[in-house]
Write a protein that binds this ligand. Structure first.
Ligand SMILES: Nc1ncnc2c1ncn2[C@@H]1O[C@H](COP(=O)(O)OP(=O)(O)O)[C@@H](O)[C@H]1O
Ligand SMILES: [Mg+2]
Length: 361
């Protein structure tokens, strides 16, 4: 039985979630608060999401029998990472509503498709060119000019699979180091700030954006998100417009995050998108009437979206990477801090172990 798009899934229903990481975990916790159950589908031995969920299928994303049984056991299917294989989505989509849909998944899996999508909507990006071979790569760098950034078109995250290129860079060595695979070459954006817009859209097409924060990265990984971000009203309006248009263009049901660069002239450029809750929205757990996780659950279950007003005058989310999570004792002793740990075993360098939301009433 599939879920009619005009009807809501009642509390007690089960959300199927592809992926077992911290985004799935926090979505499952928000779903539990609304009376829903979560069933995680993830192949890894350790799953922060499965630890807090009603059920877990541990199987590969190409295990058709396991996927079919999973679809039978749930009412609606979503995901917490964008690299769900297209074949997996094709098996599941006819069986139960898959939200957000396969189109957004397809676009978000490839940096070239993302940039094309934005540009077709009239949303500005850095200048870019694709390169499928070493000689293409040299031509793309010549066309874009230096400095520029080369990125693998698929599977990059937290700054992985990227190289900064200047005039003296050895392109053959860079091509080899990035794996001899398709690259996108992007002009280097001399931004004054990074930001992101998280847009939610419900089954009836109503869209709402969370307040836009300022993101600071360290070593290619998000370090802090601060609300308010100190942007003027015109800049914020551009960001909201980019979020809303992106959501509408893919007929979104769920959440989409668009990462943005704020240029020196105040113009916003779109960088990349994620069809799911995003690290830059973790502040909403303690700083917003509705968290991004609850909003995602509401959208995919066919409930109306919740209010997105901030609940504090200033909120700052700081990621706890690797050994930084060992500072948990002092964080829980702070009067204006909320600690969120993901239950991961090993604190490897660069691994996201948790985050803290600090707020000022
Ligand atoms: N074209 C660019 N110009 C300047 N900085 C960039 C550019 N692309 C990426 N960066 C920097 O690298 C970070 C990570 O790149 P991003 O494209 O978001 O990949 P990831 O998937 O790793 O998050 C960005 O948040 C930004 O700080
Ligand atoms: Mg990014």
């Amino acid at each position: 039985m599939s879920l009619p798009s005009s009807r809501s899934l009642a509390p007690g229903g089960t959300i199927g979630m592809l992926g077992g990481g911290q985004l799935g975990r926090m979505t499952a916790l928000a779903a539990a608060n609304l009376g829903f159950r979560c069933h995680i589908f993830a192949p890894e031995a350790e799953s922060p999401a499965a630890m807090v969920s009603a059920a877990w299928t541990r199987a590969a994303y190409d295990d058709e029998a396991a996927l079919t049984a999973f679809a039978e056991a749930v009412d609606v299917i979503t995901y917490e990472f964008e690299n769900v294989p297209a074949a997996t989505a094709e098996i599941l989509a006819p069986l139960k509503p898959l939200r957000p849909g396969a189109r957004l998944l397809h676009v978000a899996q490839h940096r070239g498709r993302e940039k094309t999508f934005f540009n077709n909507l009239g949303i500005a990006t850095a200048p870019w060119a694709l390169a499928g071979s070493e000689s293409d790569f040299a031509a793309a760098v010549r066309a874009i000019g230096t400095p520029c950034i080369a990125k693998t078109t698929t599977e990059g995250y937290d700054g992985k699979g990227q190289a900064r290129i200047v005039a003296a860079t050895d392109l053959a060595a860079t091509w080899a180091r990035l794996g001899g695979r398709e690259l996108i070459v992007e002009g280097f954006v001399d931004f004054v700030a990074e930001a992101s817009v998280i847009a939610a859209r419900d089954v009836d097409g109503a869209a709402r954006c969370f307040p836009i924060g300022r993101n600071v990265h360290r070593d290619g990984i998000l370090h802090t998100t601060t609300i308010p971000g100190g942007f003027d009203a015109a800049t914020l309006a551009q960001g909201e417009d980019i979020g809303t248009r992106t959501a509408e263009a893919v007929d979104l049901v769920g959440l989409v995050c668009v990462e943005l660069f704020v240029g020196r002239d105040g113009r916003m450029l779109a960088n990349e998108m994620a069809p799911r809750p995003h690290n830059s929205g973790h502040w909403t757990q303690d700083g917003c009437v509705t968290s991004q996780f609850e909003q995602h659950v509401r959208a995919v279950c066919g409930l109306p979206l919740g209010p997105v007003e901030p609940r504090a005058s200033r909120i700052e989310m700081t990621n706890l990477i690797g050994a930084e999570a060992e500072g948990w004792r002092s964080i829980v002793a702070e009067p204006n801090a909320k600690l969120h740990l993901y239950g991961k075993g090993e604190a490897r360098p660069g691994r996201k172990m948790g985050h803290v939301n600090r707020f000022w009433p």
